[in-house]
Write a protein that binds this ligand. Sequence first.
Ligand SMILES: C[S@@+](CC[C@H](N)C(=O)[O-])C[C@H]1O[C@@H](n2cnc3c(N)ncnc32)[C@H](O)[C@@H]1O
Length: 426
Amino acid sequence: MQGPSSITSYVAQRTGTALSKQQLMRLNDAIAARIGGRPEELYLEHLKSTRGAHELAELMASISVYKTDLFRDEGQLEAVRSYALLPKAKERRPLRVWSAGCATGEEVATLLILLSETGAHPESTVLGSDISNHALGRAQAQRFSPELMRRVPEVLRGRYFHKAQDGAFELVGLLKERASFVRHNLMDVPYPLPPGGGGFDLIFCRNVLIYFTQSAFEKTIACFAERLAPNGVLVLSAAEPLLQPQKDLELVRHAQSFMYVKRDPSVPPPKPSAPPSAFDTGPRRAVTGEFRIAPAVGVPAPPAPARRPITQELPVVKSPEQEHEHDGEKLFQLVLEWAAAGASDTETESGLKRCLYLEPSLACARYLLGMLYENKGNKADAASEYRRAMSLLREGRAVATPFFLNDARLKVVVERALARLGYPDR
Ligand SMILES: C[S@@+](CC[C@H](N)C(=O)[O-])C[C@H]1O[C@@H](n2cnc3c(N)ncnc32)[C@H](O)[C@@H]1O
């Protein structure tokens, strides 16, 4: 296998990607196919020029993962709906939402539907952005195969999609026109602004930053923080916890999910609503020009757990016997909150180790411990934790936590981490 060249290093750096071995191979193949007879330096010069953006996107296509879904991670969406969207919708002003790294647009459609279902102002908008022109082309069409519709509740299918003759489902025009798309590389500043300026009320960037290097991750988070409106909410996938405290961003746990809120002391934080049910399951109704709050039907969901101050410290444990009185899963939750609230890496590491002492099969804690080691440059220990997490997952022994990734997703992320380190996962 060819190693990194000046071109592959440039592509990795320009896109923020931490290249795995497989990606490096695919990238080398794509470069070989596109460079023609040109010397490497000339091709690199072209890539770096303003005309090279298209070429960069083509190379990026060889290493990108476009996997996405409608209503991906329903638990997290429900938390966002009740913590962020419902209270903001009551403000009766157009909400500005951004799906960064939207791939083929499923997340954009999901967000448009959620806005409608929460009764957001009819002029609320969703911006979708991605580095890939190809993905954006498909996103703009907002047409989805029947396979992608499997998570969409029946009632929402009827309400928000037309079935085309070829069997595809197309989002209704009234929602579609509230979406706009822009090609944007998250490594490029300035970041997009919402229509009319100001900041975004909600930024979704899920399953994008897991592929980034640590420095690209940090830069992106800082730029998102800057683009959020006061009390705006940042939603990452559960695999992307912010283990370091971020200026302006506060970790909030709600309904077993994590979100990050840009605090503005002059604006009171949103009051989370305990929603009656995820979606109205009533009969089909016509979509009019107005987004309406769906009448609540169905069994009320249990109230959302009370928010714990994130500054809460880990319980002081004086002896191993006493340690057993604590539950590893609960401690894991606390460690995450504690880490995001400002604990040092060393403190977070020791917290995670304590969780694993209490519950050695907590694969998510192993994964995060691996991430900490990896960030410190300790590849061998990182790989060892990732491998142990992988064995737990493969053997069905992993203890799942309801607020973190489910086993299937955690497996993908751990596989990815091992590949990134260049270690086979067996
Ligand atoms: C796995 S998809 C995530 C789709 C969606 N957010 C979700 O969670 O279902 C990752 C997307 O990130 C995009 N991406 C990767 N690097 C990027 C960058 N530097 N700037 C913008 N988008 C990027 C890829 O093109 C791809 O479409």
